[in-house]
Design a protein around this ligand. Structure first.
Ligand code: C5P
Length: 219
């Protein structure tokens, strides 16, 4: 491990999408690439942190030097996260599916002419809210993300209070920004102190700046 301002600190990072099965061969997913979460894990590791990286299925290379835990569904991600606690800080960069298929089929659903399967959904656990609101053992610093397409600051500010996390890293993922799946990000850091706009920069640089902020906050 590298030596640095985060040496001796244990930090959890969630990343990537989750996959919610419909049947053994089909699933519901989202467009998260895992790039920003991976970059954050790398930046924290480079600053000396002992990083546990809980990731859903993503195509990006796993961060070297981090302890990697691979999961598929939101339910598995929550279990993995709870097993990792306690930590000094937790960064929730995963794009967790809001819903899962209520009763996924154990066998492949056959295509039958004229018969379209109806699907019922169930709500997934909110991992960020669950950890933020823990009565005991809550990480001293909890950072959430907010991918928004409209009213980014208002939505992120409301989200921070609703979830109970310390910071929200908000970004505009409107298709015309090219941010989702791209190599750059333009974020607004929402904390107790208000909203701070960061200029558009590479996801690695966003990760580095965020890691520095985390190091400063942990002291
Ligand atoms: O509510 P929304 O999905 O927009 O919130 C995004 C933030 O909440 C992200 O930090 C994401 O990792 C986290 N989240 C979570 N579990 C969920 C949904 C979102 O941890 N089920």
């Amino acid at each position: 491990l590298a030596e640095g301002p985060l040496t001796g600190r244990r930090i959890l990072v969630t990343s990537g999408p989750t996959h919610e099965p419909i049947d053994p061969v089909r699933y519901i997913a989202n467009r998260s690439s895992g790039a920003q979460g991976t970059a954050i894990a790398r930046a924290l590791t480079a600053m000396g942190a002992d990083v546990v990286f809980v990731t859903g299925p993503a195509d990006v290379a796993r961060p070297e030097g981090a302890h990697v835990v691979e999961v598929e569904t939101a339910a598995q991600m929550l279990d993995a996260v709870q097993a990792v606690l306690p930590v000094d800080a937790a960064v929730f960069a995963a794009a967790v599916a809001d819903w899962r298929v209520a009763s996924a089929s154990d066998s492949k659903i056959k295509k039958q002419k004229g018969a379209i399967p109806a699907m019922e959904f169930a709500e997934n656990p909110d991992i960020l809210a669950t950890v933020s609101q823990m009565a005991s053992g809550r990480p001293p610093l909890v950072v959430g993300f907010a991918a928004e397409t409209d009213d980014v600051i208002d939505n992120a500010t409301a989200k921070r209070l609703r979830k109970g996390c310390d910071w929200i890293v908000a970004n505009d993922v409107s298709p015309e920004t090219g941010i989702m799946g791209g190599s750059e990000n333009a974020v607004t850091l929402v904390s107790d102190d208000g909203a701070e706009h960061w200029p558009r920069m590479g996801k690695d640089e966003v990760a580095h700046q965020l890691a520095e902020r985390i190091a400063a906050a942990l002291g």
